[in-house]
Design a protein around this ligand. Structure first.
Ligand code: XMP
Length: 506
C-alpha cells in the first residue's frame, strides 16, 4: 500500500494510475488530512502543486512520521518543499520550464535510474527551480535547463525529482516509479483484479452479514459491476432496482433488464416512464429538466426501496475519481454533504452506504468486471447521462420527440457497431434540434425536424475532440435516418471540441 499526498496538482490522479498499473495499491490523501497511523503504508509519494514553496499560502505538510522513516519520493512541488525547508534553496526559474526536456546527465549505478536511457525524455511543469540541494542531497540527474532535476538524500530512502514521471511524455517515468516502489521500497505487486474481487467479496460478507441491501442499476458499467460484486457476496439479499425514466435508448429498458436477470441478479424493473414524462411536460430549461428528473427518481426509488424492514444498506457504484474530487486539497470544506435536515430526507438516504468500487478507476472497474465474467459488450458501453435523452431534446420534451430521437439514436449507434466504429468512439449520440427545416421527398415539400449527430474521443469527459468519422459512414447513416425515421428530413454532424463546446448540447 502506497500513500500519495496531494498538494493539489492536476497530475495527482495520474500518479495513482501509474502506481496501480504496477499492480500496487495506493491511496490519495490531501497533504493536510492523512491518516495518523501509517503502519499499513510501505512508501509515500508527494505530488506536485500549483503553489510555490516561497508563497505565503504554500502547503506545509507534517512529514515527521514519514521523512527518513519510510521510502519517500517527492515530485515537483514535493521536491522543492524538501529542498527549501531542509537546507536547500528554491528560486524562480529564469525561464518558465514547461514541456519536454531530456536528461543530459544521469548519475551512474543508481537504482532509481536503472533501465532509464541517457537523454531520456521527461515532462517539466514548474516556474520555480531548486538552486541548492537540501542538506545531504546528492544530485542524480540534470537536464539542459535544470541542474537539479533529480536528487536523493544520503542515508535515507528519500528521492526528489523536478519532472513528472506520471505524465505519459516522461518516456521512462513508469520505469522510475517501478524502480522506486519495487526495487527501493520493496512494495509487493499484488493488487490485481482477481485479488481485488476476492478481498472485496470477503469484506462485503463481513460488513453486511444478513442485512438487505438496495442498489439502483442504471445500465452503466459502474452500477453493474458493483451489483455483481455484491451479488457474489450476499446473493439474493441484494435488491436491485432498475428504473425506466422513459428517456433511455430505444429498447434499452427491456434488453438491459433481461441481461441483468440472465446474470442472476435479483432485480426489479420499474417502468415509471409516464410519471417522468408527465412531470417534464412543458419544461425547456436544461437545469430544471435535470432537477425534475433527479427529484422524480428519488421519489420512485424511495417507494421501491421499502421492500422490507431488513434493508439496512444503500449500495452505490461510486468510483475513485468521484471520491478524490470530493476530498481534494482545493475543497476539503465542500466535501461531505451536510445531512442536517435528516428528518426531510427520503427513507433510503437514511441507510448506511456501501460503495465497493470507491477505490477503483474506471479502467480498473472494467477489468474487475471482466474478471467477474460480465459481458464485454456491457463493460464497453459508452457513457450515457443520468437525465438520458431529455438533455438531447432541445426545448420541451414530448413522447413523440422521445420516439423520434430514440429511432435516430438507434440507427446511429447500430451503424457505429456494424461499421466497427463503436469501440473507437468514447461517446456518441443524437440530438433533436428545436427547429424545422424545409425538404423535398418525392414531389412533396416537407417541413420537419433536424437532428445532429455527435461522436467524441475523450479519456474522462473533461476534454473531448470530435471524431473524424468516415464520410461514407456519415452518408449511409444520414440516408438511413432520413428514410427510416418519420419526422426528420435533415441530419448534421457536430464538429465542435470540448472546450469550448460541451459534449451534451444542454
Ligand atoms: P458535458 O456535456 O459536460 O458532459 O461535456 C461530460 C460528460 O458528462 C455527461 N453528462 C452527464 N451525466 N448527468 C450525468 O449523469 C448529467 O446531468 C450530465 N450532463 C452531462 C455527458 O454525457 C458526458 O459523458
Amino acid at each position: 500500500n502506497v500513500l500519495i499526498l496531494d498538494f493539489g496538482s492536476q497530475y495527482t490522479q495520474l500518479i495513482a494510475r501509474r502506481v496501480r498499473e504496477l499492480n500496487i495499491f495506493c491511496e490519495i490523501f490531501p497533504y493536510n488530512h492523512f491518516p495518523s497511523d501509517l503502519s499499513s503504508f510501505k512508501a509515500v509519494i508527494l505530488s506536485g502543486s500549483p503553489f510555490s514553496v516561497r508563497g505565503e499560502d504554500a502547503p506545509h505538510p507534517d512529514l515527521s512520521q514519514i521523512r527518513g522513516k519510510m521510502p519517500l519520493l517527492a515530485v515537483c512541488y514535493g521536491a522543492q518543499y524538501l529542498s527549501h525547508f531542509s537546507g536547500g534553496e528554491v528560486a524562480p526559474s529564469n525561464t518558465r520550464e514547461y514541456g519536454r526536456a531530456n536528461l543530459s546527465f544521469i548519475k551512474e549505478n543508481e537504482t532509481f535510474f536503472e533501465g532509464v536511457s541517457q537523454n531520456s525524455q521527461v515532462w517539466m511543469s514548474h516556474s520555480d527551480t531548486i538552486k541548492n540541494l537540501p542538506t545531504n542531497g546528492v544530485k542524480l540527474a540534470s537536464t539542459h535547463d535544470v541542474e537539479n532535476a533529480a536528487f536523493k538524500i544520503e542515508g535515507e530512502s528519500t528521492y526528489g525529482i523536478q519532472f513528472h514521471p506520471e505524465v505519459y511524455h516522461s518516456t521512462d517515468g513508469k520505469q522510475m516509479l517501478e524502480n522506486f516502489l519495487v526495487k527501493i521500497a520493496e512494495v509487493p505487486q499484488n493488487f490485481t483484479p482477481n485479488a481485488f474481487v476476492e478481498e472485496m467479496v470477503a469484506e462485503l460478507k463481513e460488513k453486511i452479514q444478513n442485512d438487505k441491501v438496495v442498489l439502483g442499476l442504471s445500465g452503466g458499467v459502474d452500477s453493474t459491476v458493483a451489483a455483481v460484486l455484491l451479488h457474489q457476496a450476499i446473493g439474493p439479499n441484494l435488491h436491485c432496482i432498475f428504473v425506466n425514466n422513459g428517456l433511455l435508448r430505444k429498447n434499452e429498458f427491456e434488453s438491459v433488464l433481461h441481461q441483468y436477470k440472465d446474470m442472476g441478479l435479483n432485480v426489479k424493473g420499474v417502468d415509471a416512464s409516464s410519471r417522468f414524462l408527465d412531470e417534464l411536460a412543458g419544461i425547456s430549461d436544461p437545469e430544471t429538466k435535470r432537477k425534475t428528473i433527479g427529484r422524480v427518481f428519488i421519489e420512485v426509488f424511495d417507494d421501491e426501496s421499502k421492500i422490507s424492514d431488513d434493508v439496512k444498506w444503500l449500495a452505490q457504484g461510486t468510483i475513485y475519481p468521484d471520491v478524490i474530487e470530493s476530498v481534494s486539497v482545493k475543497g476539503p470544506s465542500a466535501t461531505i454533504k451536510s445531512h442536517h435536515n435528516v428528518g426531510g430526507l427520503p427513507d433510503f438516504m437514511k441507510l448506511k452506504i456501501v460503495e465497493p468500487l470507491r477505490m477503483l478507476f474506471k479502467d480498473e472497474v472494467r477489468r474487475v468486471g471482466a474478471t467477474l465474467g460480465i459481458d464485454p459488450a456491457l463493460l464497453g458501453r459508452h457513457p450515457f447521462p443520468g437525465p438520458g435523452l431529455s438533455i438531447r431534446i432541445l426545448g420541451d420534451i414530448t413522447p413523440e420527440k422521445v420516439r423520434i430521437l430514440q429511432e435516430v439514436d438507434a440507427v446511429f449507434i447500430d451503424g457505429l457497431k456494424s461499421w466497427g466504429l463503436y469501440d473507437k468512439v468514447w461517446q456518441a449520440g443524437a440530438i433533436l434540434l428545436p427547429v424545422n427545416s424545409v425538404g423535398v421527398m418525392g414531389d412533396e415539400r416537407t417541413y420537419e425536424k433536424v437532428v445532429a449527430l455527435r461522436a467524441v474521443e475523450s479519456t474522462d469527459g473533461m476534454t473531448a475532440d470530435w471524431v473524424h468519422l468516415p464520410y461514407d459512414f456519415l452518408m449511409k447513416v444520414s440516408n438511413d435516418i432520413i428514410n427510416k425515421v418519420k419526422g426528420v428530413n435533415r441530419v448534421v454532424y457536430d464538429i465542435s471540441s470540448k472546450p469550448p463546446a460541451t459534449i451534451e448540447w444542454e
